[in-house]
Structures are given as C-alpha cells and as structure tokens.
Write a protein that binds this ligand. Structure first.
Ligand SMILES: [Zn+2]
Length: 456
C-alpha cells in the first residue's frame, strides 16, 4: 500500500466515513473478521439473539407485524429457537406493496430512515425503507467481502456501475474528489457504452490501476471484448467482484484472459446488501454473511426437491422496515460441505437467475445496459407490476407487463417519457399485458432481451 493508502487506512477513512453517516465501519470489520471463524453453535446462538430482538421490535413498533403475529398466535416474547421462525408466513413483494406504511417502524423519526426501491436487476419495482443506523455495519460486511478478494481500506477500488444514481455527471465535484482521495474509489458509469466511452474507460482504468473492481459483469464483458478486439494494451486488475447480475462462466473466462483477474461472485440485493460472496476457494461456493442476514431455503411447490430452493431472507439489521422471511425471488442450493478456506460461515450455491441483454440505441448504435434502462423505467417510476422489455426491431420495444393490484393506465405515462429520453425519440414501443412472464428454454429468466441482428 502506498503512502496515500496508508493515510486513508489509518486516519482518512475514519474521518470521512463518520461524517458520511457510516460510523464504526472499522470496528465492525474487525468483529466480522473474527466472527467468520466462529464455531457454528456460537453463530446460531448469535442469530437467535438478533432475530428475537428483531421480532420484539417488529411487534412493538409496526402494526403490520403485530397483526401478522396475532393472526397466527405467535408471541415473540416466547420465541425459543430459530426453527420457530417457520411459523411466520414468508413476506412477499405484494405484502410490501400493500402494507408498506404499516411496516415502517413507528419509533424511528423520518430523518432516521431513507427510502429506496428495487427495479434495475429484477424488472419489478419494490419500494422499501432502511434505517440509517444499519449502514455502518452493512458497509463493513461489504468490505469483508472485498477483503476476501485481497483489498483493504486504503487500497484503490473501481466500480463499473450502471446504476443511475452514481452517474458521474450527476455526482457533485466535491463527492467525486472525496471518492478518489478519501475512499480511493473510481466510479465509471457503464449504463451506456459506445466506442468513445469504452476508450475513455480503458484510459481511466489504466491510469487509476485499481487493485479491485466491483462490477456488473455484462458491461465489463463489453469493455473486455472491446479491448480484445481492438488489440489494446491489457489492463491488469488483480481482483473483480461481480454483483447485480448472474456471473456466467464466459464472464469469468474473459475477465481472466483480458484483465488477468481473480473473479469473485457476490450475491447482493438492493433491499439487504451483500448477502453472500465467494472467498476464492471454489467457484460458485458463496459464504453467507450470516452476521447480517439469516437465510432459509424454501422448497418450491411442485418442483423437484433436488432443484434450487427459493431464498427467504431475514435482515438482522434493518430496524427501519423489518424484512422477516422475505421471499426475495432468488434461487439457490444450501451447500453442506466445509470450505477449504477455514471460514465457518454457512455456504450456498446460486442458481443462474435473472439475466439481461443490452439494448441497442437506434440513434448511434450505443449499448444501453438492461439494468440501467430498467432502473429508469421501473425504480424511478410508480409501481405498475413486473416488466420484461424485448427489443424486437432496431427501433421498437415490446414491453410485457404483468399488472400489479394497484395498476392504472395513468401510471405508465412515465414509460413514455423515459423511453423518449433514453432513445432520443427514435424508439417506438407497445405494451402487452400478460398473465405471467415465462422463462427461456434454458430455464433462465431474461428481464431485457435484444433480438436485433448485429448485437454483440
Ligand atoms: Zn471459503
């Protein structure tokens, strides 16, 4: 680590992170580095205590959970074992859409909460709240995953990110300078890629020389393909953590070939943060961040019992709007074996999950990230239901929409503005209302699909 990094590691990070509403990250990180080796019984005892406290809080401070517990005769005061959690019905997205106001903890002030929404990587808008008090711990969990990939506070990190809120042009100059000086972070917006942008990214990454990148794998594979095709000098990136989209074997291969990277798959959701991550011992073996989330594997009715299970997530730290047995709509298998790395955190293997294609701009051929497009279309607009976008002609999108319960035509005006803005008025579209969205023949679900010839 260079002198700048040492300053950030020992002092700079603490000064800035505390002011940014992320207090205690380093002490939490030290605790997490110890707890990752706890004996399983100690971890289960910890989870039991955290869940009991969460259940009591939810019952006392939210009418939603109080009524839900009453309706099944569940008394959190008498919660005696983790297995008793199964008595509580899973929390669905519809529960959140219908009852969000009564799920928000009444004992917290509005300035202790912030609102967010899913959309970009799921095709469905689910609004939710999080209390600011959990952010320091959640950041420490993210940093522990980074440490598994060889990074430490003070080392340079780059983000290849299609999330709109991180678009460089909208980030004030002060934040950009702070990112680069105090967090040693370079944010590169990967939501819209053309040759000039790819060349700019190549240059900036080469100059910055990060030790670690956190990336959405689809956009980074476009950059890797560009570097390979153009015969550009390779950029060495020691480690890459893939988030937000399923990591395919082809992604791992091209990242190894073009950047010489070790590649780590990380399971992250907007609602709950970094829930599980590979440690590098084996591909598709992810340690669950069990100090932050309690994960259950639910058998899906009518499916092969050997197949992947539906994940139910209990977030041990979000007291703003408790997620208790949240059916997050992701699939995985529990892995019973011990990991070679010696960490005792439980393991899972992800099912491939939800995929997205880039869309192609009819104006100039630039590639629009499916996650980024859906973030604009879904997360920033009113809740309408689940969406799949198919580009079936160069200048036409077909939007398949499963209406939600509170749907009204007026809510989809936002689609018109968004599509015109992103495609500069050159894209037509129609909306088809469907009963459900089907998986591909491969079994995977595509939330954006590009059927236009000539796509990369
Ligand atoms: Zn491991």
């Amino acid at each position: 680590m260079d002198i700048h990094g040492k300053f950030v590691h020992h002092l700079g990070f603490r000064l800035i992170a505390g002011r940014d509403g992320l207090p205690g990250v380093q002490p939490f990180l030290r605790q997490l580095e110890e707890s990752q080796y706890w004996a399983p019984a100690k971890l289960l005892e910890y989870q039991y205590r955290k869940i009991k406290a969460l259940l009591l809080h939810a019952c006392r401070n939210t009418s939603f959970y109080r009524e839900r517990f009453d309706s099944i005769g569940f008394n959190p005061e008498k919660f005696g074992a983790l297995s008793e959690l199964e008595k509580i019905p899973p929390l669905t997205r519809n529960d959140i859409l219908e009852h969000m106001d009564s799920m928000v903890a009444a004992n917290l002030l509005p300035n202790q909460l912030h609102r967010d929404a899913t959309g970009g990587s799921s095709g469905i808008h689910t609004p939710f709240y999080r209390d600011n008090g959990c952010l320091g711990f959640k950041k420490a969990v993210e940093y522990r995953c980074n440490k598994w990939a060889g990074w430490d506070i003070g080392d340079k990190i780059a983000y290849y990110w299609p999330a709109v809120q991180d678009l460089a042009k909208t980030v004030p100059l002060g934040s950009r300078v702070k990112n680069e000086l105090a967090y040693r972070a370079l944010m590169l917006y990967s939501g819209r890629l053309d040759e000039a942008t790819l060349e700019l990214h190549r240059r900036r990454l080469g100059e910055f020389a990060p030790g670690l990148m956190r990336v959405f794998p689809n956009p980074l594979s476009i950059l890797a393909g560009y570097l390979r095709q153009a015969g550009k000098q390779p950029i060495g990136i020691p480690s890459i953590i893939s988030v937000g989209e399923p990591l395919l074997e082809s992604h791992r291969q091209i990242f190894r070939d073009v950047f010489g990277s070790r590649v780590f798959n990380c399971y992250v959701s907007r609602e709950c943060g970094n829930m599980a991550c590979e440690c590098g011992a084996e591909e598709n073996l992810l340690h669950i961040n069990s100090e932050m989330v309690y994960v259950e594997f639910e058998q899906i009715a009518g499916r092969d019992p050997r197949g992947p299970k539906s994940l139910l997530i209990t977030d041990l730290f979000n007291y703003g709007m408790p997620f208790i047995r949240y059916r997050i709509s992701d699939l995985a298998w529990p892995a019973e074996e011990a990991c070679k790395c010696g960490r005792t955190l439980p393991l899972l293997r992800m099912d491939g999950g939800r995929l997205s294609d880039f869309l192609i701009s009819p104006v100039d051929g630039s590639l629009i990230s499916g996650c980024s497009f859906l973030h604009h279309l879904i997360a920033e607009g009113p809740e309408v239901g689940q969406v799949q976008v198919v580009q079936d002609q160069v200048d036409h999108l077909r939007i398949n929409l499963v209406k939600s319960m509170g749907f009204s035509e007026s809510k989809i005006n936002h689609f018109h503005q968004t599509i015109n803005k992103i495609f500069k008025g050159a894209m037509t579209y129609d909306i088809q209302y469907v009963e459900r969205l089907d998986n591909e023949k491969s079994g995977k679900y595509m939330f954006t699909k590009c059927l236009v010839n000539g796509k990369r």
